[in-house]
Write a protein of this length. Structure first.
Length: 292
């Protein structure tokens, strides 16, 4: 379909001689996020409220308000440096480890403030599963990688550890490939297998949210397909927030998509709508490859 024929996009398009919304944002102007009405009916697992983040004097996230639906896959898209990964890492407070970071606003996880002064950040991070861009298995056996979170919580019963290991590896579509080598080093797995192992390790802790930062960008196409298939299997049981530069991956894996630019949330709605009939011309230009 030709986006130029869509009346909503046409209303949002710049007229002759007028700057685009993104150009105006680059010059310091602000606009409210265009949030689609479908999100109003969703039960949120996360609510990001009036969220701002600064690295020293430099602001990286600007007034983000965003609800992440429970049991769904939500994709964050946008050009490099737009704040996607910074926002994702704010959800489990990894950014707290940087001494220059300060924030305004709040993030609510299942009704509880994550930035309340009394929050135990270590316990909070146990409620999040984090999968990074490059696989990062621990230098220990496949088995010990999976049950690591249980070990540090003091679980010693072999029957419990065995059950969680099998369940998590099965959930990560890796059990059949590893069941006969559980006590071999995880570093002997292929890159794609290592990434699925990291997902198994994340879900072993039964997180409330699974965070994925470009989980397939370091993998070959076959391994990437397996990760995408795995995301499809995990949604519903888990609430997933994924950062991706790959437009096709966002379209294939997510139910909702949020477009970010220069630290601002521009448009947020159902993935099919964002990719086929977005409300804003700027969103259409990005998802069709006209910039970024």
């Amino acid at each position: 379909m030709d986006g130029n024929s869509d009346p909503e996009i046409s209303r949002a398009a710049s007229g002759p001689g007028k700057e685009s919304r993104l150009s105006l944002i680059a010059r310091g102007q602000t606009f409210p996020t265009d949030v689609h009405r479908e999100l109003e009916g969703e039960d949120p697992v996360l609510e990001i409220r009036d969220f701002n983040l600064f690295y020293g004097e430099k602001q990286a996230i600007f007034d983000v308000n965003m609800k992440i639906p429970k049991g769904k896959v939500t994709a964050l898209i946008g050009p490099s440096g737009c704040g996607k990964s910074t926002l994702l890492r704010s959800v489990n407070r990894i950014n707290d480890l940087l001494p220059t970071v300060r924030i305004d606003g709040d993030i609510i996880l299942n009704g509880e403030s994550m930035y309340d002064p009394g929050v135990d950040v270590i316990e909070l991070r146990k409620r999040m599963g984090m999968v990074f861009q490059k696989p990062n298995p621990f230098p220990m056996s496949i088995y010990e990688n999976v049950v690591y979170s249980l070990r540090i919580d003091g679980e010693r019963k072999k029957s419990v550890l065995d059950e969680v290991c099998e369940k998590s590896l099965t959930g990560a579509a890796l059990w059949d490939e590893t069941k006969d080598r559980l006590h071999e080093s995880a570093l002997g797995l292929s890159g794609g297998q290592q990434q699925r192992l990291c997902i198994a390790r994340a879900i072993a802790a039964e997180p409330e949210v699974l965070l994925m930062d470009e989980p397939a960008s370091a993998l070959d196409p076959i391994a990437t397909n397996k990760i995408e298939d795995l995301i499809a299997q995990l949604k519903g049981e888990y609430s997933i927030l994924i950062v991706t530069h790959n437009m096709q991956q966002a379209a294939r894996t997510s139910e909702y998509t949020a477009f970010m630019y220069l630290g601002r949330l521009i448009e947020y709605g159902p993935t099919e709508t964002i990719f086929v009939r977005p409300r804003l011309r700027d969103t259409m230009d990005y998802v069709t490859g006209r910039f970024g």
